[in-house]
Design a protein around this ligand. Structure first.
Ligand code: C5P
Length: 396
């Protein structure tokens, strides 16, 4: 319920992407928002107001003059509709709508309430690639950004007109993620955050290897939470099946040594380093280059230690603020305190390995030089947001 208590005005202008906004209206409510739909005349050429009324559970506003205006207290829908709103989201936002908004024109209900708003405006452009790239649209986009309007996308890809390029409206799931992010406090604005996640995989031969149990969920949740907080996030991840959070740069690696190398390549720019990955402590130094045969008997494997990525980063001159993770089966807090000192990091996040592995919720202990704070069990994104807040508090 990331949008609990939020009231959104969902403005729709004319564009074929309007059909995706039917889904968005539903998803926003699934996350706790109330949604008041306002449609332009062109939007109703693509989706009917009846459809949007059914999906939002509220009468849809389409006209500043008509009888529906009388439903609002003093018949001033252009004022009243947004006074209670936490934001106006316009999706799809046509090139024409962007131009009107950049100019401050107000010739229908949606443009009038956008001009009269006292809340933030988020727009999700949807148009043909040439319209998006045109000098006029780009000029209008610059103006809108300068006026503090939040641009959601557009995405790049196939378009309904048959062309390919920038101008595609973001998918409903992407818009939802961006709208949720918009409402999170910007505790790490413009900070660079480097995160490791997932397991590593150390080959024995081309088809076999040694790995650790790690779903990657906590590291990915932290990447999302840091990006929501305004950070520029790079995520170095071992093999996982998880989708990358929006706006996060992802570097895929397999072995601990590859993870180490990517971390070292990016760490200079980072103000925060969070080592969440379950890194293998050893690699096989005599890994075979062709598949080992069963008939050849059990292989004699030789192991060499992997670099300790977190400890290495923590010892760099001008090291970033370093956060380690400790999944322990017993004496969780004691082990975490020991790790804080042995790795010389500023914060260790500890949990019980049995509870944490692959699960969506776990109790966490934040251990630093001043003591221990326990975060009761909650889902990993909620916990990740608390960890981000704890880091931000310690950075200042
Ligand atoms: O004591 P242990 O090495 O298991 O500590 C775990 C913490 O150290 C985690 O934050 C993990 O990401 C990090 N780590 C690392 N490189 C290693 C081993 C662990 O960055 N080779």
């Amino acid at each position: 319920m990331d949008l609990a208590g939020k009231h959104l005005v969902l403005g729709m202008t004319g564009g074929i992407a309007a059909y995706k906004v039917c889904e968005l209206a539903r998803r926003l409510q699934d996350h706790g928002a109330t949604v008041q739909v306002v449609m332009t005349r062109a939007a109703q050429e693509f989706v009917t107001s009846t459809t949007m009324q059914a999906l939002s559970g509220k009468p849809v506003f389409t006209d500043q003059w008509g009888a529906e205006g009388g439903r609002v207290n003093n018949a001033m829908p252009h004022i009243d509709l947004t006074r209670e709103a936490d934001a106006i989201v316009v999706a799809p936002a046509s090139a024409h709508f962007l131009a009107k908004t950049a100019q401050g024109l107000a010739d229908d209900l949606l443009s009038t309430l956008v001009l009269a708003r006292s809340c933030p405006l988020l727009v999700a452009p949807a148009m043909n690639v040439e319209m998006w790239n045109s000098a006029a649209t780009q000029r209008n986009v610059q103006t809108l950004r300068g006026d503090g309007v939040e641009l959601l996308g557009p995405g790049v890809g196939d378009q309904a007109c048959g062309e390919t390029g920038a101008g595609r409206m973001l998918e409903p799931s992407e818009l939802l993620e961006d709208i949720i992010a918009f409402f999170q406090p910007k505790l790490l604005q413009d900070k660079r955050v480097l995160i490791t996640a997932g397991p590593t995989f150390e080959p024995i031969d081309p088809v076999r290897g040694i790995t650790n149990l790690s779903s990657g969920k906590m590291g990915f949740a932290l990447a999302r939470a840091a990006r929501e907080a305004g950070a520029k996030v790079t995520l170095v991840t071992g093999p996982t099946q998880l989708p990358i959070p929006r706006g996060v740069r992802r570097l895929d690696v397999r072995t601990a040594r590859e993870m180490h190398d990517d971390v070292m390549a990016y760490v200079n720019h980072a103000q925060v380093f969070i080592g969440v990955a379950a890194v293998a402590d050893w690699h096989v130094s005599n890994a075979a280059t062709s598949k080992l045969k069963k008939g050849g008997g059990a292989p004699a494997l030789h192991f060499e230690p992997n670099p300790d990525i977190l400890a290495t980063v923590a010892q760099l001159p001008g090291a970033p603020f370093c956060v380690g993770f400790a999944a322990e089966t017993d004496n969780v807090v004691e082990h975490a305190k020991a790790k804080l000192n042995s790795k010389r990091v500023q914060l260790v996040v500890a949990n019980r390995a049995q509870d944490a592995m692959g699960s969506d919720a776990s109790e966490l202990h934040l251990v630093d030089a001043h003591g221990v704070t326990t975060l009761p069990a909650d889902d990993k994104l909620a916990q990740a947001r608390r960890i981000v807040a704890a880091i931000a508090q310690r950075l200042v």
